[in-house]
Ligand binder design. Structure first.
Ligand SMILES: [Zn+2]
Ligand SMILES: [Zn+2]
Length: 250
């Protein structure tokens, strides 16, 4: 599978980093900023998108969605588009699209808004990857994603606190893409989120191969190398903090 980091910042973006969203093969995960322009920038045709997953309704995860839909329509998309939304926010996203008159447009394409419950479940089975959902512990109901291909298992936590019962879900993952809004080294703990040191501890307990930190707070931006050195105390595997537009093949 191919993973592109379209953004890597927490709710407050910086001059280097926009809010976190990922493109995994043909699926967009969360939609802040100009996802359409970013996909173009990396050489991906946005018309090929098969689905969008909105993990939860915080503004840094959804505010770019109306614009993406409109840009796809103006680019003559005709294929229906599935938008999977954590069910607690289904009505919010529907309203967001309705306010902009995007749900039932002439010359538009069909938008299938699919509420996703918070039980562990298989959400998507595509040619090369499958995506499962599991609940995480945020200030609002939220989902994490377990993405499997024949070669690897990748986990994306979306926004979550440190959660011991996720160790079972993370266990032996090839890549854990964990949020890291704060760090004891640079900032105070933020309610509903995790500090990088605790993400590293959980990774060690879960025996994951590689830890990737995203949704990084503005205090971490610019201090990545020092933080990565510090995290070696807690996690013995590989750790990295991607820049926006970095990509990896798993
Ligand atoms: Zn967030
Ligand atoms: Zn959030």
């Amino acid at each position: 599978m191919r993973i592109v980091f379209l953004g890597t910042a927490a709710a407050v973006s910086t001059s280097n980093r926009d809010n976190t969203s990922l493109l995994v093969d043909d699926f967009l995960i969360d939609c802040p900023g100009s996802a359409f322009g970013k996909m173009k920038k990396i050489g991906y045709d946005p018309l090929k998108l098969k689905g969008v997953i909105i993990t939860h309704g915080h503004v840094d995860h959804i505010y770019g969605l109306p614009s993406l839909i409109e840009m796809l329509r103006l680019s003559a998309r005709k294929e229906p588009l599935k938008i999977y939304v954590g069910e607690y926010f289904h009505e919010l996203v529907k309203l967001q699209l309705e306010i902009h008159g995007l749900l039932h447009q002439e010359n538009g394409f069909e938008i299938n808004l699919k509420p996703v419950s918070y039980d562990k479940q298989l959400l998507i089975e595509d040619q090369r990857i499958s995506i499962e959902v599991f609940p995480v512990k945020h200030s609002v109901p939220n989902i994490g994603l377990k993405i499997r291909s024949t070669e690897s298992v990748v986990i994306y936590t979306s926004d979550t606190e440190s959660c011991e019962n996720l160790i079972d879900v993370f266990c032996k993952a090839d890549l854990l893409i964990h949020e890291s809004t704060c760090s004891y080294l640079y900032s105070r703990r933020v309610e509903g989120h995790i500090c990088a040191e605790d993400a590293a501890r959980l990774s060690q307990l879960s025996d994951v191969r590689t830890l990737c930190l995203v949704h990084v707070g503005p205090e971490i931006d610019g201090n990545e190398q020092r933080l990565l050195e510090e995290l070696k105390k807690y996690f013995l595997g590989q750790i990295f903090i991607p820049n926006d537009f970095d990509r990896i093949i798993m």
